[in-house]
Design a protein around this ligand. Structure first.
Ligand SMILES: Cc1cc2nc3c(=O)[nH]c(=O)nc-3n(C[C@H](O)[C@H](O)[C@H](O)COP(=O)(O)OP(=O)(O)OC[C@H]3O[C@@H](n4cnc5c(N)ncnc54)[C@H](O)[C@@H]3O)c2cc1C
Length: 382
């Protein structure tokens, strides 16, 4: 919006932006939008290109899941990456700070929204207030804006997907793991381990598991306390070192920035705006991370909404934004859910469904890639 000559005031509740915000983040369609806006440098230095994603079956068979060389000569070429989350956010913050039309206020938590016929109003916990022509709530899954816009507590609430995830960074992938390669490893018991390459031979690791007593986790909590060495205990307790040969004890013991999270998603909403106030990103369509699309879609939202607000009056812009983006993200929320279910389900029929999905990605990868990447992950409005 600032590039289109609007004055933008950004308010962020946390004082410390670079806290333990997680590990790596897979970017594709979002990275392409940033490049188009002239912000390629924001991800380029802190990301690793991904050339292959391999799947590993419980018997140890390795097959190629997505042959990413198929992206050659498409707009997505060079934009399938995994970035260090903290460094990516730091670079984004710096880029916004350098823009003279953006004013950043940190440590300000929005608590109330309202509007008159001339302006949108927001007040903060600290007591300060601000007003603007429009307000965009990019305030994540715990959005304050959604309460004002939807006014239906049940519909606005996030729901647990039944899955939880350990999420951290392996500081050194050792000599045996190839460069620029991600893995999805089925270790049985309804549990999948994923890795994605990061710069300097680091890797993001995610261990997705059902939320239940076997995992000392349940489906109510947003996050669980972790202690040093906990991931190693998990690997030992569930026999993961013997069930796969990609991740070694050394990698697991040295994993840092470890989080243990419940996986939540937002419900399908009939609208994302009310008058002059609109939501984007996780605030209105948080999805489970199994397709790595939440941030990609949030960035695409921001790109398109800024374009529409520049081209038409705000009411038309908000409605056009919903009309274009809602079908895409609705499909992705469902697909992420389906992928999550297939990765984690541990039943007779679930295993059959998972094998069918694996055969699909193994034997018809170009079709799947086109279908998934080009039609849903890649921005369809550029
Ligand atoms: C384990 C895991 C792995 C993931 N992996 C990927 C991946 O590989 N690729 C991908 O694309 N996505 C991934 N995601 C999803 C991604 O993290 C989110 O979709 C994305 O961060 C959403 O961005 P957002 O800006 O909408 O919300 P957020 O990132 O949640 O940002 C919201 C911001 O608003 C601030 N805020 C909240 N309330 C207020 C308030 N009242 N006042 C002021 N400020 C407020 C918050 O502090 C925060 O800084 C993953 C998620 C998880 C849990």
């Amino acid at each position: 919006m600032a590039q289109r000559k609007a004055i933008v005031n950004i308010y962020e509740q946390f004082k410390e932006l670079l806290g333990p915000v997680g590990a790596g983040i897979g970017l594709n369609g979002g990275a392409l939008c940033l490049s188009k806006l002239g912000y390629r440098h924001v991800w380029e230095d802190v990301a690793e290109q991904i050339h292959h994603v391999n799947q590993v079956s419980p018997s140890g068979n390795i097959s190629r899941m997505f042959p990413l060389d198929l992206l050659k000569n498409t707009p997505m070429e060079g934009h399938f990456i995994c970035a260090r989350r903290d460094l990516f956010i730091r670079n984004l913050f710096k880029a916004m700070e350098e823009n003279p039309d953006v004013n950043i206020h940190i440590g300000e938590k929005a608590v109330n929204f309202d509007q008159t016929k001339d302006e949108a109003l927001v007040s903060f916990e600290s007591g300060i207030k601000d007003s603007a022509e429009v307000i965009v709530c990019a305030d994540g899954i715990h959005s304050a804006g959604i309460d004002y816009i939807i006014r239906d507590e049940e519909l606005a609430a996030a729901k647990h997907t039944g899955h939880c995830v350990y999420y951290g960074i392996i500081p050194d992938i050792g000599r045996d793991m190839p460069d620029k390669t991600g893995y999805e490893i089925d270790v049985g018991g309804g549990c999948t381990i994923m890795t994605m390459p990061l710069p300097n031979r680091e890797a993001m690791i995610a261990v997705c598991h059902p939320g239940n007593d076997d995992w000392h986790s349940d489906c109510r909590k947003w996050s669980f306390k972790v202690h040093d060495g906990e991931l190693h205990e998990v690997f030992t307790e569930h026999d993961f070192y013997n069930r796969q040969s990609i991740i070694t004890p050394e990698m697991v013991m040295n994993t840092y920035r470890l989080l243990h999270l419940g996986v939540f998603e937002k419900q399908d909403l009939p609208k994302w705006h009310k008058g002059r106030i609109c939501m984007i990103g996780d605030a209105c369509h948080a999805m489970s991370p199994f397709l790595g699309q939440g941030a990609n879609q949030a960035i695409q939202d921001a790109y398109l909404l800024a374009e529409f607000l520049d081209e038409m009056p705000y009411e038309q812009a908000f409605q056009a934004f919903y009309d274009v983006r809602h079908p895409t993200v609705k499909r992705l929320v469902m697909a992420s859910d389906g992928f999550g279910y297939l990765r984690i389900v541990d039943s007779f029929f679930g295993n059959i469904a998972r094998n069918v999905m694996r055969a699909g990605t193994k034997y018809a990868p170009d079709k799947l890639l086109q279908l998934m990447l080009m039609k849903t992950m890649a921005p369809n409005f550029l």
